[in-house]
Ligand binder design. Structure first.
Ligand code: FER
Length: 290
């Protein structure tokens, strides 16, 4: 594991707010925003195009949660300054439709969260990606079409923490045709049932394989960088599904070497369920995305 502290980086990226419109479950329009990190040197008028990483918050969060609760911006600045990774755009959205406080009623709990992260996949494809990638210099810039999104899928990655990790697994099962790299952090796949990675690992992995086949992809077309810590509440949820995935190397070719295979599981001894921890995992994955 690399990156241990805040670094005094000379070349700083900037955070911009992107407003866009989406629809709620009833079809009513809702105004939303995402925070967009533009790396140092990003130039509106240059010819360069940038890859895009989408990063989702955990339960109760908002588009500022990662930025408020971790050193992710410093980590991005440092990675790009030190040339650990080619500069790319990072987008921090939310799956909530009206803001977490208004949206999340305690009695609705995890079932409600699970509905939201699944429903977000439509917004991601139809509203968020088009808004981001027509506003900034990406590989799908200009008028973003469904065909254009599929053609540029290798230039798009998705990650997230906790419920955002769950969102990342849904991005894998539901939006594999427009995204190629996935980094679920301290969250398991809830597509079969809540905490299905622990309670139904076989069904969960079979569901994932079914979606890969339906989308017509092979293991060369996607990569998964999962991570958690031994003291993390997600560790017992995520580990059984990871072990099950390893049984199917024709879809999930596991390797400890992040530059080999298409499936990785970073487990950090003693790390708990928190933004600073997952930001560090993500930092270690940055050089291998795209
Ligand atoms: C998980 C562990 C915890 C997970 C989600 C959570 C999607 C969410 C916790 C919270 O919001 O408090 O494996 O997977």
């Amino acid at each position: 594991m690399k990156y241990y502290r805040q670094h005094d980086v000379e070349y700083r990226g900037t955070i911009r707010r992107l407003n866009y419109v989406s629809t709620d479950a009833c079809g009513a329009e809702v105004e939303k925003y995402a925070n967009v990190y533009l790396p140092f040197g990003y130039d509106e008028d240059a010819d360069q195009k940038y890859n895009v990483l989408y990063v989702m918050h955990g339960g109760g969060g908002n588009p500022d949660a990662w930025l408020d609760s971790s050193l992710i911006k410093n980590e991005l600045d440092y990675a790009f300054s030190e040339k650990e990774a080619e500069p790319f755009i990072v987008v921090f959205p939310t799956y909530y439709k009206r803001g977490a406080k208004a949206d999340q009623k305690p009695e609705e709990g995890f079932a409600y969260g699970n509905e939201q992260i699944r429903f977000f996949q439509k917004e991601l494809r139809e509203d968020l990606i088009p808004a981001v990638e027509s506003a900034f210099r990406t590989f799908a810039e200009g008028i973003v079409t469904p065909e254009g999104l599929r053609a540029s899928r290798k230039h798009r990655a998705f990650s997230g923490f906790s419920m955002g990790g769950g969102t990342t697994w849904y991005a894998f099962t539901d939006n594999l045709d427009v995204i190629a790299d996935f980094a679920p952090l301290s969250g398991d796949c809830w597509a079969v049932e809540m905490r299905g990675g622990q309670t139904k690992p076989q069904e969960t992995v079979q569901y994932m394989i079914g979606r890969i086949k339906e989308a017509g992809f092979t293991k060369a077309d996607y990569r998964i960088f999962a991570a958690t810590g031994t003291e993390d509440i997600a560790y017992p949820n995520l580990t059984p599904m990871v072990e099950e995935m390893k049984k199917f190397p024709e879809y999930f070719e596991f390797s400890d070497d992040l530059s080999a295979g298409n499936f990785h599981y970073l487990v950090e001894e003693g790390y708990e369920h928190s933004y600073p921890r997952v930001a560090e995992y993500l930092y270690n994955f940055l050089p291998y995305l795209f």
